[in-house]
Design a protein. Structure first.
Length: 278
């Protein structure tokens, strides 16, 4: 992928020099809160700390390891982001880190981005421990990584968001879930800036406008990836009922604990997906 960004070029060149032999990635995977240990399923992986990669930023949030792995999952060569940068850790820095990291792996040849994240449920019929495939999103972060000058070599000035979450990939993932007896919901993800959890009034509003789950990531990653031509797929581990729906207030500790409980089914789903790509 051509680009006029020196930061992207430098990061991509750094990774290209350290990639495994006979490895050409078609896909990338982002592991969210409490899901980083899924990376242990990768084979023959080269592991690099984010702090060692030019213009990457290591997350300071518990549950995010801050490592990039280049290897194989389910026999498919992939890039794995073991943790992410959140906008609430510093908006400007977060937006830049997301753009650099995703555009760098796009230069390596990545065509598909699979995003995972923990999320709170806005839907009483979809409780903690479930998985939700993202059909669409509502951006309530107040931010957009595409603001500013546009490089037409990377993507269009006005990207169409009609099917930002690829419909064919969603159908493919649903078939894999059914074949492996994995209960996979589908719904609309509402992205907020954070870091605070939502108020009961905010939750009621999000339910009214059509949200099914709420979280503090996914949206900016989808925007950047979709803009530069990647096909996007996203799946949330439902870790709690949102404020005002469940019997107790949500906590980050609960998020990590339940995400870990979801990881077995999510690992099977991911393995099946990447195996089908191989």
């Amino acid at each position: 992928m051509p680009t006029s960004s020196p930061k992207v070029d430098e990061a991509a060149a750094f990774l290209d020099q350290r990639k495994p032999d006979n490895w050409s990635p078609r896909a990338a995977l982002i592991l969210g809160s409490g899901l980083s240990h899924i990376a242990a399923a990768m084979q023959d992986a080269v592991e690099i700390d984010y702090s060692d990669i030019p213009h990457f930023i290591r997350s300071g949030v518990e549950g995010h390891q801050g490592k990039l792995l280049m290897g194989w999952l389910g026999g498919s060569p992939i890039v794995c982001f073991q943790g992410r940068q959140h906008l609430y850790e510093g908006v400007a820095e977060g937006l830049e880190a997301i753009k650099v990291s995703l555009r760098a792996v796009r230069k390596l040849g990545v065509e598909i981005l699979f995003i995972t994240a923990a999320a709170g449920s806005l839907n009483r019929s979809m409780g903690p421990g479930n998985l939700m495939m993202v059909a669409d999103h509502i951006n309530m972060t107040g931010q957009n990584p595409l603001i500013g000058p546009n490089d037409s070599a990377i993507g269009p000035r006005f990207p169409n968001m009609h099917a930002a979450y690829d419909m064919d990939l969603r159908g493919w993932l649903l078939d894999i879930a059914i074949a492996d007896s994995i209960n996979l919901h589908e719904g609309v993800y509402v992205g907020l800036l954070g870091p605070n959890f939502e108020t009961p009034a905010e939750i009621r509003m999000m339910q009214i406008i059509g949200g099914d789950a709420v979280g503090m990531s996914v949206v900016p990653e989808c925007l950047v990836a979709h803009h530069c031509g990647m096909r996007v797929l996203a799946c949330s581990a439902i870790t709690n009922f949102a404020e005002g729906i469940g019997s107790k207030p949500p906590t980050h500790e609960e998020t990590l604990e339940v995400a870990n409980e979801c990881s077995e089914a999510l690992t099977r789903l991911l393995f099946g997906f990447f195996e089908s790509l191989a």
